[in-house]
Design a protein around this ligand. Structure first.
Ligand code: GLC
Length: 422
């Protein structure tokens, strides 16, 4: 395929990102890119990291500014919030959602975090911009954020970090969380009330992490979250080496190795041949086949396990290799639901997870299969355009139209197809 065959998609992605720019009310300058003006008007942590990666192809200044804006809302203890509220929601639906969920102590940001994709994003933006001054502004907050994970969320010193709210995983309503909500059949209102109550309970203890862990309402070592955390630690190691901070480079390298070892020791289930999330202080496994458990192929895991994850699960038509892969939940699960729903992440295909798993397949030497997933992801966009998520069987676009991070297709095209041809 020639590069210009992708021009249509690339131009559309540029328009989508440009359309989602939110400017500062004071200076009129670029502030951040919102995922969707009506449904998600605020700044979201992992969305912004993905947006910054795509902005490197269109406007490097926006890429840099997107991440500078993210760290402006960092808490003193180092945590970066999953949402930053820079403005009032412009739409009615946005204001209703804010009213239900915005009862955190801080008015302008949430008190939970999201997958730390920002570690890799800073490295990518730095490599493309070569801007040492920008890196010097980003590196301090980044080190502080990753140190916060280690001191606050590494609760039993195994190097893995816990999440305390389903939304921290970024995969809001995966079937893995049903057991915490405690209902046999999950309804939108029930789950919304439960999430709201969880926030209120945490408010009551002032978000004190020790008390939250003792309450044990939702304490999970999520597989994909930890893989992204490890990738972040590895990126941070390289960044610290680059700026001559060898002491921190060594610290982050050791932490990444420890976390990987614990993931291998605790999450792998040898009968299901899958990596499962762990919950509670006892590290019990949550036996659900979801996209999260496929993420370890992004790391140098045991070769035999990588082979099993890829050949037994990813490439299996009865699990994850649907017409338009990769679904967020295995087709074999009774909870798999491919359609549009307010209960997100219960079956549809998302482009940000495909972006990761393409890298994983190629890293493990599955070139043909990686290329196949690239082709299928492009086919999805050619068929339906840019959407929040897709029906993995029919390829129909679902959720918010033109969601910001679906423009990651540009990175996929540029990195794996255009460069290869040049
Ligand atoms: C949904 C997703 C979450 C994302 C947000 C904004 O809530 O589940 O991961 O950050 O939308 O796009």
């Amino acid at each position: 395929m020639k590069p210009n065959e992708y021009d249509l998609i690339i131009n559309e992605a540029r328009e989508v990102l440009t359309d989602r720019i939110v400017k500062s009310e004071n200076t009129g300058r670029f502030l951040y890119t919102c995922p969707s003006p009506n449904i998600y008007p605020h700044q979201w942590l992992w969305d912004s990291a993905f947006h910054s990666i795509v902005w490197t192809y269109f406007d490097i200044e926006n890429a840099k500014q997107e991440l500078i804006t993210v760290v402006k809302k960092q808490f003193n203890n180092g945590m970066i919030p999953h949402m930053s509220y820079w403005r009032r929601s412009p739409s009615f639906i946005g204001r209703v959602t804010d009213w239900i969920f915005k009862n955190y102590p801080e008015k302008d940001r949430s008190s939970i975090t999201q997958p730390p994709v920002i570690g890799e994003a800073v490295e990518i933006v730095y490599e493309k911009s070569n801007d040492a001054k920008w890196l010097s502004k980003m590196i301090g907050p980044l080190i502080k954020y990753f140190n916060w994970f280690y001191s606050e969320r590494n609760i039993d010193d195994d190097g893995l970090v816990v999440v305390i709210h389903p939304w921290e995983t970024g995969m809001d309503m995966l079937p893995c969380w049903d057991q915490f909500i405690g209902v046999k059949k999950l309804f939108q209102v029930r789950s919304g009330l439960w999430l709201n109550r969880l926030i209120k309970r945490y408010n009551r203890v002032n978000w004190n992490i020790k008390k939250i862990i003792d309450m044990d309402l939702f304490v999970v070592k999520d597989v994909s979250f930890n893989v992204i955390y490890i990738l972040g630690l590895q990126a941070l190691t390289r960044l610290c080496e680059k700026i001559g901070d060898n002491e921190n480079a060594q610290i982050f390298l050791t932490r990444s190795q420890q976390a990987l070892k614990s993931l291998e020791d605790k999450s792998w289930n040898s009968s299901a041949k899958f990596y499962f999330d762990l919950y509670s202080r006892s590290d019990d496994q949550i036996n659900e086949l979801t996209v999260s458990g496929l993420f370890p192929i992004l790391l140098y895991i045991d070769k035999k396990r990588a082979k099993l994850i890829i050949e037994k699960h990813i490439l299996n038509k009865d699990e994850f290799w649907t017409n338009y892969p990769i679904p967020s939940v295995s087709v074999s699960s009774p909870k798999f639901s491919p359609k549009s729903s307010f209960l997100l992440w219960r079956g549809p295909t998302w482009l940000n997870t495909n972006w990761y798993l393409i890298k994983g397949l190629l890293k493990q030497g599955y070139k043909q299969e990686g290329n196949e997933l690239i082709k299928k992801s492009i086919a999805l966009i050619n068929k339906s355009g840019l959407w929040e998520y897709y029906n993995p069987i029919t390829g129909k676009g679902l959720g918010a139209k033109n969601l910001g991070w679906s423009t990651l297709i540009v990175d996929i095209i540029q990195k794996y197809l255009v460069k290869k041809i040049e």
